[in-house]
Design a protein around this ligand. Structure first.
Ligand SMILES: [Ca+2]
Ligand SMILES: [Ca+2]
Length: 311
């Protein structure tokens, strides 16, 4: 091989390497930074501790100092480095060993720290996990976000795989709307934290696959129960999220048996529950009418072929 051929080969390799590095740089720039996996700790004794992502979380139980407060209350302290950042008090459950857990996870991309989800169990048959979140503001001050109480709890997941975690649960409004808790299907609900605010992102298109999977799960779980009103309500709502509302409504009407419809009382006075409603303002709706009303009241687009909601 001549000297010039060698030089050409070297140049060709050099060009190839440069091109490969350029491609790699573009690829790396387009891939979001890999976020750390969320970390979990549960309060099994009187204290528990977890460190990760630059934060230290301590869970402990406050003994009642006030004689009127009978129950011990779990609380959480979060430290950033060596500095205590925030203390958040949970709720009393009435149990001797109150249930509590925490997750460190990257929920809110608007700041330079991970967040901490703190849950305490309020007690009762199902209810509830009381969820609060420690979130660092733009000025570096930590704040408490009161998320709410969730029957059956919440999960920390990243359904769209972008490295920022979301909180998934089910739409609580369906749990007892048309049937008992265990007989009710509920649509998947997804929450994000954006600049310290809880945002319901259920309908955003990047979560479509999660909804498709949830629908499949509902249908499997509904084996033998596909015509109960509790199933049909949540099933239609999940399909409304998937943009199949019109077909879902037609399917529901085909499966719906008026003979098993107990009727659903609603109050025509806005904001008044059926339990507090004067008799003359109470209207009993059929299941399809009640479902259309429930969808509208809870922010779901009502399918165009649905009966008009009353009241
Ligand atoms: Ca963050
Ligand atoms: Ca995400």
């Amino acid at each position: 091989m001549s000297a010039s051929r060698k030089r050409d080969t070297r140049n060709a390799w050099g060009d190839l390497m440069k091109a490969s590095l350029a491609v790699l740089a573009v690829l790396l720039a387009s891939v979001p930074a890999l976020a750390a996996e969320p970390q979990y700790v549960e309060l099994l004794d009187t204290t528990a501790e977890l460190s990760g992502q630059g934060l230290t979380v301590r869970l402990a139980v406050m003994n009642p100092t006030d004689p009127d407060r009978l129950y011990r209350v779990p609380y959480m302290t979060v430290s950033e480095g060596k500095q205590e950042a925030i203390e958040i008090t949970g709720v009393a459950s009435g149990f001797e060993h109150p249930g509590a857990y925490a997750w460190i996870a990257e929920f809110d991309p608007a700041n330079d720290s991970a967040e901490v989800l703190f849950s305490t169990f309020t007690g009762g048959a199902h209810c509830c996990d009381d969820i609060r979140i420690a979130d660092k503001g733009a000025d570096g001050t930590w704040r408490e976000i009161e998320f709410g109480q969730f029957d059956g709890g919440v999960q920390v997941q990243d359904p769209d795989g972008d490295g920022t975690y979301e909180i998934t649960t089910v739409d609580q409004s369906f749990l007892y709307a048309f049937d008992c808790f265990a007989c009710s299907a509920s649509p998947l609900q997804i929450w994000a934290i954006r600049d310290g605010e809880m945002v319901n992102v259920t309908f955003e298109p990047q979560y479509r696959q999660s909804h498709e999977e949830w629908l499949l799960q509902l249908e499997d779980n509904g084996t033998g129960a596909e015509t109960t009103l509790g199933f049909l309500g949540g099933w239609v709502a999940e399909r409304v999220i998937l943009g199949e509302g019109e077909a879902a409504w037609a399917d529901m009407l085909r499966l719906y048996d008026p003979a098993v419809d107990p009727g659903f009382p609603v109050c025509t006075i806005p904001g008044v529950s059926p339990y507090d409603c004067p008799e003359k303002a109470t209207v009993t709706l059929t299941f399809p009418d009640a479902l259309a009303r429930h969808l509208a009241e809870n922010g779901y687009p009502v399918p165009p072929n649905a009966t008009p909601a009353v009241g």
